[in-house]
Design a protein around this ligand. Structure first.
Ligand code: CP
Ligand code: NVA
Length: 304
């Protein structure tokens, strides 16, 4: 049976550990200039409703490095834009491609596509989850701190798709996650309930200075996600006390790292001094998307 990655809960702990191990192996091979091309003759589809820099380019470059081909599609260029259904599109694209990654507004679009596709489907970001991001972030934490077991990750700001994926990750690996968000901006109740049902050590907090105490990782993301531009003014007001500043970083564990999935809105959720400062690992985070997604494609195509 084909395997998809729509959210972190689709993976077992064993699969996550396998992915981490292969991510580091593939990174090492690439750094040493050793070609590894097991996907010659395979095609990856990228169907993106929203803009992307990291996800799009890292999937494309990653598939090329593994020997495969990539076909990029935006809905406006497909018959979806003229009313062909998601389910019919999924059935047809499954006849041409070997694997596909989708970036959509509604998470349900990816779920519907996956139901009707006969090839592995990857969530490359939806309004609800961003699983590839937090998997790659776990690799970055391992590299930066030497270990992620038992650490405290504090996500500061909006309870968005990235925050929800951290809640899910805590259900699969031994990390403590605190989501410090203003009231009314928590991840959806059903997402938090599902993560807790699966055993996640995840807490909510609204007092951000208190929340970051003892954190080894301080993480943030934009206050206005793609598709929320109409809410911009009220969001900027609600999130103003949640900016990551040097003073906030000082309240975390000594040696705490700063993480951001990017793109950053400098001067909003984080100031330059932090994102460009010595505790920031954001460029390693961006790089590890490439290596993690290569491992993910190999796993879903049953090559590892
Ligand atoms: N972090 C991330 O997914 O970035 P892009 O939107 O540029 O893909
Ligand atoms: N929460 C952000 C993440 C971008 C990678 C968004 O959805 O726009």
């Amino acid at each position: 049976m084909k395997k998809d990655l729509l959210c972190i809960l689709d993976l077992s702990q064993e699969e996550i550990l396998h992915l981490l191990e292969w991510t580091l192996k593939l990174k090492d091979l690439q750094k040493r200039g050793i070609p590894h091309r097991p996907l010659v003759g395979k095609s990856l589809g990228l169907l993106f409703e929203k803009p992307s820099t990291r996800t799009r380019v890292s999937f494309q470059a990653g598939m090329y490095q593994l020997g495969g081909e990539v076909i990029f599609m935006s809905p406006s260029e497909l018959q979806i834009g003229r009313g062909e259904t998601i389910s019919d599109t999924a059935r047809v694209l499954s006849r041409y491609l070997d694997i596909i990654a989708l970036r959509t507004y509604r998470h349900e679009t990816i779920e519907e596509f996956a139901t009707h596709a006969s090839i592995p489907v990857i969530n490359a970001l939806s309004d609800r989850f961003h699983p590839c991001q937090v998997l790659a972030d776990l690799v970055t934490i391992q590299e930066a701190l030497g270990n992620w077991r038992g650490i405290k990750v504090v996500f500061v700001g909006d309870g968005n798709n990235v925050a929800a994926s951290w809640a899910n990750l805590a259900a699969r690996v031994d990390i403590e996650v605190v989501l410090a968000t203003p009231k009314g901006y928590e991840p959806p109740k059903e997402v938090m309930e599902a993560a807790r049902r699966e055993g996640a050590k995840v807490k909510m907090a609204s007092e951000v200075q208190e929340a970051v105490k003892g954190a080894q990782v301080v993480y943030t993301d934009v206050w206005v996600s793609m598709g929320q531009d109409k809410e911009r003014e009220e969001r900027l007001r609600a999130f103003a006390p949640y900016q990551v500043t040097p003073q906030l970083m000082e309240m975390a564990d000594s040696g705490a790292i700063f993480m951001h999935c990017l793109p950053a809105h400098r001067g909003e959720e984080v100031v330059n001094e932090v994102i460009d400062g010595p505790s920031s690992v954001v460029w390693d985070q961006a790089e590890n998307r490439l290596h993690l997604q290569k491992a993910l494609m190999l796993m879903l195509l049953e090559q590892i």
